[in-house]
Ligand binder design. Structure first.
Ligand SMILES: NC(=O)c1ccc[n+]([C@@H]2O[C@H](COP(=O)([O-])OP(=O)(O)OC[C@H]3O[C@@H](n4cnc5c(N)ncnc54)[C@H](O)[C@@H]3O)[C@@H](O)[C@H]2O)c1
Length: 254
């Protein structure tokens, strides 16, 4: 393997929502770059399937069942990560949910569930990894927000937009606090990416209409998001923190 492939050699990454879609592609890209990955998801069988795919590259990953908004579940995630790999260098807060419900129909329960997974989850995961990162004076935290967080969601409801905008605020606040400890915190804001989340919540025709309106008129791939995560985790990105980085085919230019 060349130097480029090994830019994260020996680093340990936790990826949430790694059971499918963008989280799985991020995990694959991290492993291709030399990292160990703890593939975590609320669905253990999906996380195990991801770990199996990763271990086909080389024996380097484990699966873990995690509910991102449950502190006890996160305690065991950190314990399992440290037990297997001794440390956590990278956290990718990727797990997320989206409902298309319009404002007057959003129940308090659906509002809370969306905020809990998309915003409280990343907050709690960040709290869980920070003590170790501060002690070792190194860390990379990547929050998967959305174009929704920068502007307004194409598909999701107000709760989705609010949660993803909140995640950008969390990114900046934590980035400022932890910079003295060698830890960077950044957000990635994808537009439409080809996963079950996007396909299941839109019709073929609606999707095509969106894509036709984009300057780069195709859907983004999970792997393209994974490449950006690897870059932000690498030493090449050591002066980038508190940033919200768009990857959307030009759909949103601000
Ligand atoms: N696909 C897109 O077009 C798009 C665009 C912008 C942002 N995003 C964001 O990217 C991230 C990944 O999206 P995706 O398209 O791969 O979605 P997906 O639905 O395909 O995958 C999400 C994964 O998160 C897991 N998950 C859900 N709730 C969880 C919880 N409470 N605890 C642990 N795991 C949980 C799911 O089981 C699933 O494996 C999400 O945060 C999403 O909001 C996606």
């Amino acid at each position: 393997m060349g130097e480029e492939q090994n830019i994260l050699e020996g680093q340990v990454a936790i990826v949430t929502g790694a059971g499918r879609g963008i989280g799985r592609a991020i995990s694959e890209k991290l492993v291709e770059s030399g990292a160990h990955v703890v593939a975590s998801d609320i669905y253990l069988s999906n996380a195990e399937e991801t770990a199996q795919i990763l271990n086909a590259h080389r024996q380097t990953s484990i699966a873990c069942q995690v509910e991102v908004a449950d502190v006890a579940s996160l305690d065991s995630l950190i314990a399992k990560s440290e037990e297997n790999f001794g440390k956590v260098d990278i956290l990718v807060n990727n797990a997320g949910i989206m409902f298309r419900t319009r404002i007057l129909d959003i129940s308090a329960e659906e509002w809370e569930k969306t905020l809990k997974v998309n915003l409280t989850g990343p907050f709690l995961c960040t709290q869980a990894v920070l003590p170790g990162m501060k002690e070792r004076k190194f860390g990379r935290i990547i929050n998967i927000s959305s174009s929704a967080g920068r502007s307004v969601s194409t598909l999701g409801g107000a709760h989705y937009t609010a949660s993803k905008a909140g995640l950008l605020g969390l990114t900046r606040a934590v980035a400022k606090e932890v910079a003295p400890f060698g830890i960077t915190v950044n957000a990635i804001c994808p537009g439409l990416i080809d996963t079950e989340m996007a396909r299941k919540t839109t019709s073929e025709k609606e999707l095509q209409d969106f894509l036709d309106s984009f300057p780069i008129n195709r859907i983004g791939t999970p792997e393209e998001v994974g490449d950006l995560v690897v870059f932000l985790c690498s030493n090449k990105a050591s002066y980038i923190t508190g940033a919200s980085i768009d990857i959307n085919g030009g759909d949103l230019m601000i």
